[in-house]
Design a protein around this ligand. Structure first.
Ligand code: IPE
Ligand code: IPE
Ligand code: MG
Length: 247
């Protein structure tokens, strides 16, 4: 099937509303070619940029999440951490105008206060400028962790309780979800992980309660538009029951 045919086929069925991508395998992609790991990250960033453009131009899904840097990724060699953060800063700075013009709303999820101050400023600026984007809602996890996110929600709940704005008995699942850093994002329908591993690695924990998972051995820098469409096609064959008997 050509890409056009694949796109047309995918469009005949129900599309996911929110697709989340765990972009894994950059290091192995590079190592297999005898290249330094950071070269895999550079290529991986290009793959991400291509996919964002494709999803926005085709209006394939309205919400896209990318897991770019986890709270555990600080434990990598300093040189690799610096390279990754620098790459992300450049990505946001250089793509900022394109986001604003293309109607892509960027939101960064994660403990941004731990990031270099210049990166924090870049993030705040592009988030503000792209706020009205209505073509694609793009969430990028930088220093994000599912556990961090839940603890952050708990902290906000405690602060509200202390000022009597929230009573413990008023805190139900819906109210708690509205306190999470991911509030406003619909729960992901489909979570794709590239790079062979079959785990969540502390990505969306609360939000993934009823997500469909798709694992592929394709390494992230090789994950292209066709691969994304194949993942969506697989998703379209799933029967989501949400605990009920019939879908
Ligand atoms: C994903 O690729 C990028 C990040 C986690 C930041 P990796 O760097 O984890 O690549 P592998 O898993 O070592 O191949
Ligand atoms: C998951 O990849 C995190 C991101 C894609 C940002 P990792 O490479 O960090 O995950 P593990 O260490 O293999 O679980
Ligand atoms: Mg990895």
């Amino acid at each position: 099937m050509t890409r056009g045919e694949l796109l047309a086929a995918v469009r005949t069925q129900r599309l996911p509303h929110h697709v989340a991508l765990i972009m894994d395998g950059n290091g192995r992609w590079a190592e297999r070619r005898g290249l330094p790991r950071v070269e895999g990250h550079r290529q991986g960033m290009q793959a991400a940029e291509r996919l964002i453009r494709f999803v926005a131009e085709e209006r394939l899904v309205p919400y896209l999440s990318l897991f770019a840097f986890s709270t555990e990724n600080w434990n990598r060699p300093q040189e690799e951490v610096d390279y990754l953060l620098d790459l992300l800063a450049r990505f946001i700075r250089e793509r900022g105008d394109e986001f604003v013009e293309g109607g892509i709303r960027l939101r960064v999820l994660g403990a941004v206060e731990a990031l270099p101050p210049s990166l924090q400023r870049t993030i705040a600026e592009i988030e503000a400028r792209s706020r009205r984007g209505d073509v694609l809602d793009l969430a990028v996890g930088i220093n994000f962790g599912g556990r961090w996110s839940i603890v952050e929600g708990a902290r906000r709940a405690m602060a509200l309780a202390r000022s009597d704005a929230l009573k413990p008995e008023e805190l139900d699942e819906g109210a708690f979800a509205r306190l999470l850093p991911t509030a406003g994002l619909p729960e992901p329908d489909l979570i794709v992980r590239t790079g062979e591993e079959k785990r969540i690695s502390n990505f969306y924990l609360w939000e993934a309660a009823y997500s469909e998972f798709y694992f592929t051995s394709i390494l992230w820098p090789d994950f292209d538009e066709d691969a994304l469409l194949a993942a969506i096609q697989d998703f379209q064959g799933r029967r989501r029951r949400f605990g009920r008997v019939t879908p």
